[in-house]
Design a protein around this ligand. Sequence first.
Ligand code: SAM
Ligand code: SF4
Length: 452
Amino acid sequence: MTAQARNTRKLHVVTHGCQMNVYDSARMTDLLRPLGYETVDAPEGADMVILNTCHIRERAEEKVFSQLGRWRKLKEEQGGRMMIAVTGCVAQAEGEVLAKRAPFVDLVVGPQAYHRLPELIAAAHRKSGTVIDTDFPAEQKFDFLPDDAAPQGVVSFLSIQEGCDKFCSFCVVPYTRGAESSRPAASVLAEARRMVAGGAREIALLGQNVNAYHGEGPDGTVWSLARLVAELSEIAGLERLRYTTSHPNDMEDELIAAHGTNPKLMPFLHLPVQSGSDKILRAMNRKHDAAKFYRIIERLKTARPDIALSSDFIVGHPGETDEDFAATMKLVKDTGFALAYSFKYSPRPGTPAAGLPQIEVAVKDARLYELQAELRRQQYAFNDSKLGLTLPVLFTGPGRHANQQAARSGYMQPVVVEHPTDLTGQICEVEIIQSNPNSLLGRLVDKEKRAA
Ligand code: SAM
Ligand code: SF4
């Protein structure tokens, strides 16, 4: 056995929640690779398991404790040898509670402190009990993460902004992820170039409030998201750009205009509005009204008429009446969404709305049912509207069945194409011959055409 093989340790990571958590999990594995940790698909026999958690809604928290229960048994079976770490937003919000309720957990690390994992692991080996690091350190996490990230593939995610200063009444993000901060543009550009060299053709820029991006540029000025997107577009080999998640109040003119002028910026935007009622938007502390959202959509459609829209909605926020919910339904019908996520309001401890009188569960259920039926109808109609069209799609890998290739349209729709050979990484023209609720079926028309 070589010394290297002897030192190899097995790492199993489970990720809950948003794409930013998926990105963070990948960076944690990058950080631990030089220490000999190799990722494995199952927790059995692992030396270390990491649960990267989400605190956005209640069910996410329950999932944490049931997952930890399963790992506790495994740890016991392995004679206590398996190190258990909990990271992410539940770790941040519930650090002490977690250590009390699940004392078999070795490490609790907040989302701004995971660059310290190697030293925290060493500390956990030295000490009994749970090591907790939920600081918001002064140093920038990104300065401490290794450059040699494992390639993510044709579609890669790049975190450029974290945290939030907006304090919506319902949301834990400002408390768990901390104050809004942007990564310097040079570090973003360098990571994007490495991603493209590793095979990425599409990059999705990530941030809790991505369009509030205001990173320091290499020229010493502050760069907006529009400026960053323009500079990223210059990278040869990078064909497609997206960004998520945006706030309506940060949809600046330059960014809206870029949707009409930058062919690399995909015609799809996720812009959460949460509610169509001005009264509820005020109660949510969103600091915009429905009219402002309508105006932004109108301007986006003027800049890029085929832009596909996506959003987030919450039903049953404290104070929401039938009239308020009807205003949300009106906004949905007026706007038309290609995709949308909708949630029942879930009181999050420590947030302002949690202390208000709550809406009955049955009312929330009924509203969510009605909203989701309309959103589903719109999604199907959007997919149907592409039938017979020829679209550029990016091939992302083999499909589920033999002779099938998986691809994605500029509008974020999964597209399946019957084709015997691997087309991964290519952008080709495909005629849409069938529309399904969640995907499209296409026929290859022409190879290697550029995406519009
Ligand atoms: N920053 C984004 C924005 O401004 O809308 C959203 C970030 S949040 C991580 C993702 C979505 O989760 C929100 O848009 C909201 O719809 C939903 N969400 C957040 N807190 C929630 C809560 N307490 N109950 C239900 N849904 C919630
Ligand atoms: Fe949460 Fe988004 Fe509101 Fe910030 S802007 S508090 S992340 S919902």
